[in-house]
Design a protein around this ligand. Structure first.
Ligand SMILES: [Zn+2]
Length: 467
């Protein structure tokens, strides 16, 4: 039975999608004003593990992740760069997608941009106004928090306290124009500092607030009620709290059935910040020579609801772990005939069950990895005793491949360099055939320098990557 911890109820609940074999899921995506940092990638890799496991369980997936390409930061920094908002955000969107690919993160089915959905946001704001949940002051349209009695249920907020705090925080003059200090902006009027970024609409010339974007786009692609909404814990309040308020007031329906939030990432035990010198983008770590799969593995291997302390010391250990997977798979692939063993299918059953029971329990990754390592240990033992046949090996490889569809860490790098290496091996064979041994040796040495070792076997040339 698949169960997830639901932030809304603070309990693990059995997962039952609205349509029995389909999952409709929304994840808050990046604001594209800079390169994403590793704290962001923790969220996106958690979502990747979730979507891969849902697919493994046989669900058809409709997964939406928005791109926030208009807000204070994108406007401010595009002006600073002297670029149009579109040109500026397109660049960072492309970089973001390229980073996802590097980390072997699957691209969601739909990735809508906020600026492509202004009419949908305006419609939603108009509905909220008609229903008495929103009001306008000096060009700004605000959501009226007192109009929604369930406000704050996701974050378990005491709304009276929230009101007092908000009143206490009042400092800028424009805050006083709101009916209630807690109210938040749905639509902001154009100001000179916005440059040429504005939309002329029925609710005025201006641009949308951030929260309305996710309510409008999730409804467009997933419907008024959908199954799963994800994000980092820092989004529970106010962002997700406000999404619920907007959507439930507009549609009079439950917005989302399961809310899944991943915990923060710390670096060397501290909150990541540029001033503390522990702020990393993906490219910072790649430049230091860490492999994308090691980074992915470090994120995946700790449970999403636990705080993750990212350290370079831990990252340095991971290639050894990955090498155990690679060696295991290499050994199975190059296995010469041994006796077929009927115990192997039992080991496969046990491993699969252990993996699934753990993952079903709110993606308990430690349990799932333990099931895989136990299985590898048993199979390695049988291989060393020559008690595994070719057909056994095929079954084991099939299972490892299934696990890897969820984890996405075993053979990605090998796959990426495989084409290049295979082509060079072919050139080397050609050179040898022509008795050009100097050229053949050079290819071998060049590969060795890149950490690729060739072995001439009776079944042809085999290669492996060493670290
Ligand atoms: Zn969002």
């Amino acid at each position: 039975m698949l169960r997830f911890h639901n932030t809304l109820t603070r309990k693990k609940e059995e997962f039952k999608p609205l349509i029995s074999n389909e999952v409709k899921m929304y994840s808050c995506g990046p604001t594209v004003y800079n390169y994403a940092h590793i704290g962001n990638f923790r969220s996106f890799i958690f979502v990747d593990l979730l979507r891969r496991y849902l697919k493994y369980k046989g669900f058809k997936l409709n997964h939406v992740m928005n791109i926030t390409d208009v807000d204070d930061k994108t406007i401010r920094d595009s002006l600073k760069d002297g670029k149009s908002l579109q040109e500026f955000t397109q660049h960072y969107t492309a970089e973001f997608l390229s980073d996802l690919k590097t980390l072997n993160v699957e691209i969601p089915e739909v990735m809508p941009k906020a600026t492509d959905h202004i009419p949908e946001m305006v419609e939603l704001i108009k509905t909220l106004k008609e229903k008495g949940n929103a009001y306008e002051r000096n060009g700004t349209t605000y959501f009226s928090i007192s109009s929604f009695k369930d406000y704050g249920k996701l974050a378990n907020l005491d709304t009276e306290n929230l009101k007092k705090n908000a009143d206490g925080r009042l400092n800028s003059s424009d805050e006083y124009e709101k009916d209630d200090a807690r109210d938040f902006a749905l639509w902001k009027p154009w100001e000179e500092s916005d440059g040429d970024v504005f939309w002329e609409t029925d609710i005025g010339k201006g641009r949308p607030g951030w929260h309305i974007e996710c309510s409008a786009m999730s409804t467009k692609y997933l419907g008024e009620t959908f199954d799963i909404h994800t994000g980092g814990v820092d989004l529970v309040f106010p962002h997700h709290t406000n999404e619920i308020a907007q959507s439930e007031c507009a549609h009079c329906k439950t917005f989302v059935n399961y809310w899944l939030h991943n915990e923060h990432l710390f670096v060397n035990g501290e909150k990541m910040s540029k001033s503390a010198g522990n702020f990393f983008t993906l490219r910072d770590l790649l430049e230091k020579g860490y492999s994308p799969m090691a980074i992915r593995y470090q994120f995946i291997a700790s449970h999403y609801r636990q705080q993750l302390n990212f350290t370079e010391d831990a990252l340095k250990q991971i290639p050894q772990t990955l090498q155990r997977f690679y060696d295991f798979i290499d050994k199975l692939e190059s296995l010469s005939a041994g006796e077929e063993n009927s115990n192997v299918s039992d080991l496969i059953t046990v491993a699969k069950k252990g993996f699934e029971e753990s993952m079903d329990d709110d993606l308990n990754i430690s349990g799932a990895l333990a099931a895989i390592f136990d299985f590898m240990r048993e199979i390695n033992k049988l291989m060393s005793e020559n008690k595994i046949g070719k057909s056994n090996a095929k079954d084991v490889l099939h299972l490892m491949n299934e696990f890897n569809q969820v984890l996405g860490v075993f053979d990605h790098e090998k796959g990426e360099i495989a084409e290049e290496v295979e082509a060079l091996i072919e050139q080397r064979q050609e050179a040898r055939k022509n008795k050009d041994f100097a050229a053949a040796d050079k290819i071998r040495d060049d590969l060795k320098e890149k950490g690729i070792i060739l072995e001439d076997t009776k079944d042809g040339v085999k290669w492996k990557k060493i670290n």
